[in-house]
Write a protein that binds this ligand. Sequence first.
Ligand SMILES: *Cc1c(COP(=O)(O)O)cnc(C)c1O
Length: 373
Amino acid sequence: MSTFQNSRNPDAHSPGTRCGGLSPQSRLVAGGRPEPVADAPLNEPVTLASTYHAGGERGYGRYGNPTWEAFEDVLGDLEGGSALAFASGMAASTAVLELLPAGAVVVAPDCAYLGVLEQMRERHEARRIELRQVDVSDTPAVRAALAGASMVWLESPTNPKLDIADVAAIGAAAHEAGALTVVDNTFATPLLQQPLQLGADVVVHSVTKLLSGHSDVVAGATVTSDDGVSARLDRHRRLHGATPSPMDTYLALRGMRTLGVRLDRAQANAAELTRRLSEHPAVTRVRYPGWGSICSIEVVGGAPGADAVVDAVQLWVNTTSLGGVESTLERRRRWPAESHTVDESLIRLSVGIEDPDDLWQDLSRALDAARRH
Ligand SMILES: *Cc1c(COP(=O)(O)O)cnc(C)c1O
């Protein structure tokens, strides 16, 4: 049995969401397949179609596609709602923000995925929303910001500080305040956290990351169990055209078939590496919630020290993005828009599935470079 059933994420609800007696790992493999009739393919093929014969439900290539639907069936099943595939995580996030009426108050993290925060700030400056940024790991601070809010946007763990938001407590308080709770579940994946079971209304994914898992797809998704919200998001996708390519949703589902074993290995690697990193003399702080495959470290020597580390690695890849089978790292403050609450020396690590001893050897040698700064 996979270790996920005993995940160290206290919020994981895997056993409670078993469907038809199958665990999430099995549903990732068995779901979203064509009817098992003679000579049917095992996998839903890539359907390249701009239009369909009249009289059916899909109608047109911007409205629906069987390859999208196979992907959506599997993701929706795992999150416990109905999923919609989008062109990117940003397209999915935009669709959710477009649910808001003009001038709506949005409570959002002070530090989170930059693209989403930058879009929110632009909307705020254009007076399309009123943005209130708080530390989402501080539940009383979130509660205090809720008066008059229409939406609470959470990321947990947060990027790149790996703080944890109490989704259940915040979701309950948001409901009382009449606000919709949105959770960007990209870092956790539905194997480690199911926000809808914790009381959230909408889940957003950058499918680009762990779900597709091989650094070769840009795609996104929303999931909700609220039929009205789902219909509005679907209508947004139709009218604003933020549709994914059939090939990308095919690759995303193919990647998701192995999410269980990939995450199992990456999580075990991350746990072992963070244990060793906490004892390395060049590391001043390790940020890891105790589960998942993403962690961050702060190192001696400030920005130059961290730059020396990312320049010195050979197996690890110095790059942005995360969640692939390969281990990657980057100094986050190299991005001018990154929050100034993030230390100059913070390096975010996306731990992959390589041999942990090889990863350690490469990283610890590179960390010695920071000590020379
Ligand atoms: C990458 C990412 C996004 C944006 O997704 P894209 O697929 O790059 O558009 C949103 N949220 C988080 C947490 C991410 O890591």
